[in-house]
Structures are given as structure tokens and as C-alpha cells.
Design a protein around this ligand. Structure first.
Ligand SMILES: CC(C)(COP(=O)(O)OP(=O)(O)OC[C@H]1O[C@@H](n2cnc3c(N)ncnc32)[C@H](O)[C@@H]1OP(=O)(O)O)[C@@H](O)C(=O)NCCC(=O)NCCS
Length: 329
């Protein structure tokens, strides 16, 4: 009997309407369009506006769209894993809230937190439930309202992040398509360079933590950059090597969108030419867990059954990884 693989059978995304442009950021902090564009590749990012709207609202939209495209009812979903760094609340899980908002009444769900690598970690985790025959329809959703933890007076952080979500449906495939291989890594040393200090069990929220702006993202950009640029490139090259893949075998590189220079370094290291690299960072910035499924959604029409894709991510923690995927439709 052929091996059951977990294949992506539908993809959808949601991006809020409001675009925060570089020129608007110029009015908030001491920066300029030319600097932002040349150092990051970002022109604008989307921001979710509206009282009480949260990551789950964007996640729910992505999952609803994915079900409509596949022609299934949310009640057919077995399981939802939500990768997020900005859960609606610390608990319950944002996945539970998404299930409730879309009517996934037969699904159970939980959140997975691995910063910007969360979507890849969740994709690999979810694929195991398909490969083992446990479930038939597993949804992986990456959803982040990064604007809720960005200090718009900090020029090192505010230029980078944006809001958005993307989701994929995993189903069993016996034609040899789907998740073929994965490498996931982490190193806790990274907690010193990219974090949201307060609001957890170590530093619960107090007036002092609010006054010290400790509920916002703290990032040592240069250190994060140095790790990201080598780790994401290395892990992409490693997964290609161990699957005997050369650049010509790859239809698309799907990198996490954190900085155009990190993406370029990964493409260079793997030898994959720039016309085969999904890049939309200029429009959305870094949407954290949203970047990879948003790319897949934007490029969906260009993807062909059997295409070899290399997905790669790097994030806080540090966390990083790559997935080798054969597109199934
Ligand atoms: C944040 C980042 C864009 C900063 O770019 P950089 O080239 O490393 O810039 P540096 O921090 O070395 O700063 C260089 C100079 O630009 C200045 N600068 C920093 N941010 C600036 C901004 N938004 N506008 C203008 N100048 C800025 C610095 O103050 C510094 O000035 P100085 O030389 O006078 O001291 C970059 O480090 C980065 O992308 N890091 C990785 C971020 C990331 O991937 N995060 C998510 C992980 S998933």
C-alpha cells in the first residue's frame, strides 16, 4: 500500500484593508521610505482596524474561504491548529475561538507558539495526524495581529510587522504528493534578542510593565538578522541535499517574509533563481505566522500538481525550519 501523505488541498488568506505606508511611518518615527525599502524591502503593511477585532477574526476569514473553495462545510473539519504569536487571549486557545466563529462544531483545536516559524511547526505537526490515518481534514491557520504588540514609537520594530492570516487544509494523498520531509530546529538563546517581556507568568501585567512598554516587541535587529540569514539559508540547503534536490528541481522557494535581504540570502545559498522565489514582503511586511500561507494563496494559480516547493522560516526563540512539499493540485 502506498504511504499516506498530508497534502495541501486548499489555501486561503485574509488581509485587512488598511495599508500603513512607509510615508505614514515617516510621520511617526525618525525614518524614511528609502531607508526602509533598501534595508527591508517593505513598502507597506496591513493593519486590522476596529474595536475588539483580533487574530481569530482574521483566522476565521481565512478558514471560511478555504472551506468554500474546497466545497466543504466547517463541520467536516477534524482539527484546527492555530499558529500565532498574538493570541486573542492567553487562554482559551485562539483555535477554539476560530472553530466557534466558523461553526467547526466537530473539530478540536489548539494553538502552537513558535513565533515566525509557527506555521511550519504546525504544518508538520498537523501532517502527522493525516499520515497516521487519525484524521482526514486538518486545518493549519497562521494568524497574527502584530499591530497589537508593536510600539509605533520604536523605529526598529514598527517598520517591519503587519497583520494578516493564511490557512491551508491538509487531506490524505496516496499519489505521492504532500509533505515529503521537514527539518525543525530551535535554540533558546534567542529569547534574549526578540521577545515580548511582560504579560506572561514571569512578568505579569502591572502598571510598571505598562509604563516600561514591556508589552511590546523588543528586538535586537542586527543579532536577529545574523542568525536568521544563516539559519534559514542553511536549513533550506540541508533539506534539499538530503532529498537529492538541486535548484533546477525546485519550482518555488516559499520563504518567511521578514526581510528581503534574508530572503535573497536563502535564495543565493540554495541556488534557486529569483524568479522562483515567492516575495510579497513589499505589500505586507512581516505577518509572522501568516507569511507562508499568504504566499501560497497569492501564487496558487501558478502552482502545478507535482511541483517541488521548499518552505523555510526563522523566528523568535530562536526557531527555524524547512519543509519539502510536493504540491497536490
Ligand atoms: C531591523 C533591521 C531592519 C535593522 O536594519 P540594520 O541594517 O540591521 O540596521 P541597524 O540596526 O544596524 O542600524 C543601522 C543604523 O540605522 C539606524 N536605524 C535603525 N532603524 C532605522 C529606521 N527605521 N530608519 C532609519 N534608520 C534606522 C540605526 O539607528 C543605525 O544608526 P547608527 O548607525 O547611526 O547607529 C534589521 O536588523 C533586520 O531586519 N533584522 C531582522 C529582523 C527580523 O527578521 N525580525 C523578525 C524575525 S522573524
Amino acid at each position: 500500500m502506498s504511504k499516506i501523505r498530508a497534502a495541501i488541498t486548499s489555501v486561503h488568506a485574509f488581509l485587512p484593508d488598511y495599508a500603513l505606508t512607509n510615508s505614514e511611518i515617516e510621520k511617526m518615527v525618525d525614518t524614511n521610505d528609502e531607508w526602509i525599502l533598501s534595508r527591508t524591502g517593505i513598502k507597506e503593511r496591513r493593519i486590522l482596524k476596529g474595536e475588539g477585532l483580533a487574530s481569530s477574526d482574521m483566522g476565521a476569514e481565512a478558514v471560511k474561504g478555504l472551506c468554500a473553495k474546497r466545497g466543504i462545510s466547517p463541520s467536516e473539519i477534524d482539527m484546527v491548529i492555530c499558529a500565532t504569536a498574538t493570541p486573542d487571549m492567553l487562554f482559551p486557545a485562539t483555535a477554539n475561538i476560530i472553530c466557534d466563529k466558523i461553526g467547526a462544531v466537530n473539530a478540536f483545536g489548539y494553538d502552537l507558539m513558535a513565533a515566525c516559524s509557527g506555521f511550519l511547526y504546525a504544518l508538520v505537526t498537523g501532517s502527522k495526524f493525516i499520515e497516521t490515518g487519525t484524521y482526514k481534514k486538518v486545518v493549519i491557520v497562521g494568524a497574527d495581529k502584530m499591530s497589537s504588540i508593536v510600539d509605533y514609537t520604536d523605529r526598529a520594530v514598527s517598520i517591519i510587522f503587519g497583520d494578516g492570516s493564511g490557512a491551508v487544509l491538509l487531506e490524505p494523498n496516496e499519489e505521492g504528493n504532500g509533505v515529503m520531509d521537514s527539518i525543525l530546529r530551535s535554540d533558546g538563546v534567542g529569547r534574549n534578542f526578540l521577545y515580548q517581556k511582560a504579560g506572561g507568568s514571569q512578568y505579569p501585567a502591572t502598571h510598571a510593565t505598562v509604563d516600561a512598554k514591556e508589552h511590546y516587541i523588543y528586538q535586537e535587529g542586527q543579532t536577529v538578522f545574523k542568525f536568521a540569514v544563516t539559519k534559514m539559508a542553511d536549513v533550506s540547503a540541508e533539506i534539499m541535499e538530503r532529498n537529492q534536490l538541486v535548484a533546477d528541481d525546485i519550482a518555488w522557494l516559499v520563504p518567511h517574509q521578514a526581510n528581503k535581504r534574508i530572503i535573497d540570502a536563502t535564495a543565493k545559498r540554495t541556488g534557486i533563481s529569483s524568479d522562483k522565489v515567492m516575495v510579497n514582503i513589499e505589500k505586507y511586511g512581516n505577518t509572522t505566522n501568516g507569511t507562508i500561507p499568504i504566499c501560497l494563496w497569492e501564487w496558487e494559480k501558478k502552482l502545478k500538481k507535482g511541483d517541488n516547493l521548499i518552505l523555510a522560516a526563522f523566528g523568535g526563540g530562536f526557531t527555524w525550519g524547512s519543509v519539502y512539499l510536493k504540491w497536490a493540485y
